[in-house]
Design a protein around this ligand. Structure first.
Ligand SMILES: [Ca+2]
Ligand SMILES: [Ca+2]
Length: 222
């Protein structure tokens, strides 16, 4: 591809400078849902690969169709299995923020009944929700909208009680002498933090916090 810029249509004394170059490549998306036909027909038996040679998700095996609009949602969520206090208030009962099967069914039905035309001659949008391999979702009332367990990658839970259980030292991993990430570890889970948190600072997974009694270190604003 060759590009050029000239003064045609402008004063010859204009100073022309590249600000942006935008290329557009026509792609085939028969149903216009933003998922290319090639992606929607990709299966484990006939995969489509990314530039690094890795298989893209097998949307065809997840029952996507190239002539019917689909939308995919992967859910990660927070939960606590123990009474948990937030901001120093009274403890809340154990709970989960994962939408129930009934809630997912309501959402799936709404998409299904949407007055949206498709090339296959039917209306509606098919919802595909990835919540992992949770049995009550795979076989329950929302199962028609759930990505099959064998193909699911979602459903990761973050224990929110660990973010209120106290502070931990900020850790850093390094590459070529420069920090490439910051994290703390609570209860076996690693929580990623903004890079500007310094190694050795104290953090509770949400905000910086004072060092516990008898420990060096201190607060650093976000
Ligand atoms: Ca499509
Ligand atoms: Ca589709």
């Amino acid at each position: 591809m060759t590009t050029s810029v000239d003064h045609e249509g402008f004063n010859t004394f204009d100073c022309l400078t590249w600000a942006a170059i935008v290329y557009e490549t026509p792609v085939k998306d028969t149903d216009g849902d933003g998922l290319l036909d090639a992606w929607e027909t990709a299966t484990a038996a006939a995969p489509v690969k990314d530039p690094y040679g890795q298989d893209l998700p097998y949307l065809g095996d997840m029952l996507a169709k190239k002539d019917h609009k689909d939308v995919f949602i992967e859910i990660g969520y927070m939960k606590t299995d123990v009474p948990t206090s937030y901001g120093g208030g009274a403890a809340k009962d154990p709970h989960s923020h994962l939408p129930t099967p009934a809630a997912i069914k309501l959402m799936g039905d709404a998409f299904k009944n949407a007055p949206v035309a498709n090339p296959d001659g039917t209306n509606g949008i098919r919802l595909h929700v990835d919540v992992g391999n949770l049995e009550e979702y795979q076989t329950g009332e929302a199962s028609q909208y759930i990505v099959p367990a064998a193909l699911a990658r979602g459903g990761e839970a973050l224990d929110e009680s660990i973010t209120t259980a106290g502070c931990a030292r900020v850790r850093a991993s390094t590459a070529c002498g420069r920090a490439s990430s910051r994290s703390i570890r609570h209860g076996g889970l690693e929580v990623r933090l903004p890079l500007h948190q310094r190694r050795g600072d104290w953090h509770d997974g949400r905000v910086p916090c004072p060092a516990p009694a008898g420990q060096p270190g201190g607060r650093r604003p976000l």
